[in-house]
Write a protein that binds this ligand. Structure first.
Ligand code: AMP
Length: 399
């Protein structure tokens, strides 16, 4: 079965075509500048086919999907002979609100529920909907489409973890609560962790640290999310590349009054100019911060220290929330690649009997246990693969 996985943004569209026999990626690519001018990079991963990397006109997402199908089926760049070889499409959808606790086949009713979640993710859900509609338009109604939600995995959180201490009508009427994000990634690495440890997921207490441009931590007890650091929006929790993470909300009023910022200007500062970029004044990229700190830049060092400290604090609180922890998982750009970050975070847990193996920790890009054999808590590096989860869920639902 061949499955196309789509991640549609407001002006971009990422895709991967999977052959589920062997779970191989046949081709992947990225449409950019949709609605502006347009660029497509298409990379076939089978021998004898060429990469396509050119500016092409992409006025809407429908033209982008048509261009993707054209490349996937072309003799020079393609990996299938016709569109009918694509059995189903799996879409990443950011917000499923309280409607969806698992992936679903997209129907008219499902579309209405996704639309109802637009106010909860105004930058993401409308773009995801545009991607789904573009696929329907180009591929027709016969090819089933599936929605896989970033929020779904966290729907198992208990009320005490998802409730904010504000008047209850804001939850009852307006659905203000913690939703959490990166659920597809946390779910994938938790499943892999159980396989690596050779134990049923039902008996494991795991803490998954997804650390990339956006970062979140998830407490996973018996395979279910019981708490997570992102909240109603992906702005909170850890300090991130450019996002502030947890912040005293009184600061917003103070700065708006003092500088006359509008709420949009204030939110732009908290979303785009804060996090490790804001603290360091240098970069949102941890590689730049590592280099600057190594050359003695104190602000870069403070940004890194603050990040490590906050990650460690959340891990500590989740160990308490679950009354134990069997393994801590590191994933995403920073978690998978930065041995310095992993080592600095694990320093906080030596009192737990948590010991890192420096040699294993220096490896990159592979699933690996980085704790010593006598460490009381296992430490695992697991490269995430959200696209594969979307493809698997899609296969499962359309089978
Ligand atoms: P992601 O959002 O998962 O793609 O992660 C992207 C982030 O990973 C980048 O902004 C970097 O901060 C970080 N990153 C990637 N490679 C490294 C590395 N070798 N060392 C430190 N950070 C890295």
């Amino acid at each position: 079965m061949k499955i196309l996985v789509i991640n549609a943004g407001s002006s971009s569209l990422k895709y991967q075509l999977f052959d589920m026999e062997g779970e191989k990626v046949l081709a992947k690519g990225l449409c950019e500048r949709i609605g502006i001018d347009g660029h497509l990079k298409h990379t076939p991963l089978v021998e004898g086919k060429n990469v396509f990397n050119e500016d092409i006109s992409l006025p809407t997402h429908a033209e982008a999907i048509a261009a993707v199908i054209d490349k996937l089926t072309s003799p020079e760049y393609g990996v299938v002979s016709s569109m009918s070889e694509i059995h189903a499409v799996g879409h990443r959808v950011v917000h499923g609100g309280e409607f969806f606790s698992a992936s679903v086949i997209i129907t008219d009713e499902v579309m209405k529920a996704i639309e109802a979640c637009n106010p909860l993710a105004p930058l993401h859900n409308p773009a995801n909907i545009t991607g789904i509609n573009a696929c329907k338009k180009v591929m027709g109604d016969k090819i089933p489409q599936v929605a896989v939600f970033d929020t779904a995995f966290h729907q198992t959180m208990p009320g005490k973890a998802f409730t904010y201490a504000i008047p209850k009508e804001f939850y009852e009427k307006d659905k203000i609560r913690r939703y959490g994000f990166h659920g597809t990634s946390h779910r994938y690495v938790a499943t892999r962790a159980a396989a690596m440890l050779g134990r049923p997921i039902e008996e494991l207490k795991l803490i998954s640290c997804h650390m990339g441009n956006g970062s979140s931590i998830c407490a996973i007890d018996g395979g279910k999310s019981v708490d997570t650091s992102m909240g109603f929006t992906p702005l909170v929790g850890l300090p991130m590349g450019t996002r502030c993470g947890d912040l005293d909300s009184g600061i917003i009023q103070y700065l708006m009054n003092k500088y006359g910022y509008t709420i949009d200007e204030m939110m732009n500062i908290l979303n785009k100019k804060s996090g490790v970029l804001g603290v360091s004044g240098i970069s949102s990229d941890f590689r730049d911060l590592d280099n600057a700190a190594a050359q003695g830049n104190k602000d870069a060092q403070l940004a890194l220290d603050l990040f490590h400290y906050d990650v460690a604090k959340v891990i500590g609180s989740y160990a308490v929330a679950m009354n134990g922890v069997d393994a801590i998982i590191f994933t995403a750009g920073i978690g998978e690649n930065s041995k310095e970050t992993r080592a600095a975070i694990c320093e906080y847990f030596t009192f737990f009997g948590c010991k890192i193996n420096p040699e294993a920790n220096s490896k990159r890009g592979e699933e690996i246990e980085i704790s010593t054999s006598d460490s009381r808590i296992k430490l695992l590096v697991i490269p995430t693969n959200e696209e594969l989860v979307i493809a698997r869920d899609t296969q499962e639902l359309v089978k």
